[in-house]
Design a protein around this ligand. Structure first.
Ligand code: HEC
Length: 159
């Protein structure tokens, strides 16, 4: 309820919260804000010591295990996490919709050959759940190899 005394209670209170307070209302042209901005900006010379060619040399070789795992991680994050989860532990957002649940790929007891089969042909072809889709037409051979390499890299139990 607004009484007269509340309405005429003087100037509005200053909000001292760090994000909503007066500092947040400073324009970037304000000297203090500008100084903060300059402090937060890394020196322009950072990283400039190396030539572009030197930086490219630091990239893992395309056929290295490191590169394969990195690409496989990307495949996994695009195609598999809805069911198997971002951590591959079988707890994806859609996991509870399926019975049997999507496998926990961290503790899978299957070897790479079996994984390749089920990834290519899907669960139904191996008398498993039809909800494990066949990816053979969707993914390239390289993507399948990469995602198996990625799974091996996060495997917690050796088959
Ligand atoms: C629509 C949900 C779904 C998606 C998407 C999915 N899977 Fe599956 N996956 C399953 C289910 C369900 C099972 C368990 C099948 C069973 O137990 O009968 C399974 C099982 C597996 C298995 C067998 C593991 C074991 O230990 O037996 C592997 C390997 C696998 N999935 C890999 C993948 C990969 C790699 C992708 C992405 C390219 C993927 N899955 C995408 C649902 C899915």
């Amino acid at each position: 309820m607004n009484t007269d005394s509340q309405v005429n209670a003087g100037p509005p209170q200053v909000d001292l919260h760090p994000l909503g307070g007066p500092a947040a209302r400073l324009g970037w042209g304000h000297p203090v804000a500008l100084a903060l901005l300059l402090c937060a900006t890394p020196p322009l010379t950072a990283g400039a010591e190396k030539t572009a060619a030197e930086r490219i040399e630091e990239f893992p070789n395309k056929s290295s295990l490191e590169a394969r795992i990195h690409r496989g991680d990307i495949v996994f994050q695009h195609y598999c996490i809805l069911c198997h989860g971002t951590k591959a532990d079988g707890n994806g957002r859609a996991a509870k919709l399926y019975s049997p649940r999507p496998a926990n790929l961290l503790t899978s007891d299957k070897n790479d050959e079996y994984k390749e089969l089920i990834i290519r042909r899907g669960g139904a072809a191996l008398a498993r759940s039809e909800f494990m889709p066949p990816w053979g037409d969707e993914l390239t051979d390289e993507q399948i190899k990469d995602v198996i390499g990625f799974l091996a890299s996060i495997q917690q139990r050796k088959p």
